[in-house]
Design a binder for this molecule. Sequence first.
Ligand code: MG
Length: 389
Amino acid sequence: METRRPARQLHPAAACELTSRGRRHPEPAHAYRSAFQRDRDRVLHSSAFRRLVYKTQVFINHEGDLYRTRLTHSLEVAQVARTVAASLGIDEVLTEAICLAHDLGHTPFGHAGQDALDHCMKRWGGFEHNLQSLRVVDELEERYAQFPGLNLTYETREGILKHCSKRHARGLGDLGERFLRRRQPGLEAQLANIADEIAWSHHDLDDGLRAGLITVEELAEVRLFRDHDRPARGGRARLSRRVRIHAAVRAMLDHVVTDLIGASRARLERSSPASIEAVRAQARPLIGLSPPVAAAHQQLKVFLRQHLYRHERVLARNRRAQALLQALFECFMNDVRAMPREHADRALAWERDQGENGRARAVADYIAGMTDRYAAAAYRRLVDPGLDW
Ligand code: MG
């Protein structure tokens, strides 16, 4: 019979509404929702969140209905992270809010799209999808009369900004400080970060197998798979390939998540931070895998890089996606009126204020917000009606 473990007490270093560094624009408390619940709900209701359903994780949406998209990726990250948060006694709702928001700034066509846009923006400050996620919640979502963006709490914004170049960190005030001083964010942010890696490595493996780009035989070199494939079959010699893959991936995920909980708990006990500020003052993260499981997980990620992300079929598709985004970027830079009115007006206004930088940033914001199919439709309309995507 399934039995539920009793809920643990909240850890003293968990994020807490009472010690929150607050919102950029102060707001009165809600009658029955906590600040972090409101953050999560604002992310969920944002238009950037809905667009994630048509943004590539690894496989383009039309390549098959069963592959992960940015949306299902974000939900799987939240699922992994919430399990761990509940077990460690850190704030589950804040963790969920960060996970759901972490990829809001992703371009169409996955990492290929991000690299293409970064390349296009080289002369104008570059493009970082992580920074863009923050930009979406801070500036680009238009939902409130009183302020731009979603006005999320500091803790959620801190979690969204996982990486940041020093150059950009200098312009971010409080939020950028930890990248300059090499300090850590709160526990919920640390957890969302590692849950992202655990979720994508396992679901991309599953999708890669489904697509036939990697094989079970090749996976024999991956320790995590080798260790879990046979026991997961439970002594059954004749299992369908599908059940075998699901059983192995599920056992791997369970093993890695269980290790994450155990190793993080041990670190928390050793360093016993008394508050979120004590966590932020540390040089190294407290939430993370044990060294042996981290090494095994790293081996899985390297395998995926070599066999899946650099598979000729994926690379060929990425090259097309990059050429497509580059053509769109040039098209809008040459004629901002080729964008919808509000984006064109913004580009012209920012150009008046900031010169060409402003125009380029408005174009990058517009392109980054596109879904895969919206980008393909724009390309057909403006560049080549014969595009067969
Ligand atoms: Mg992610």
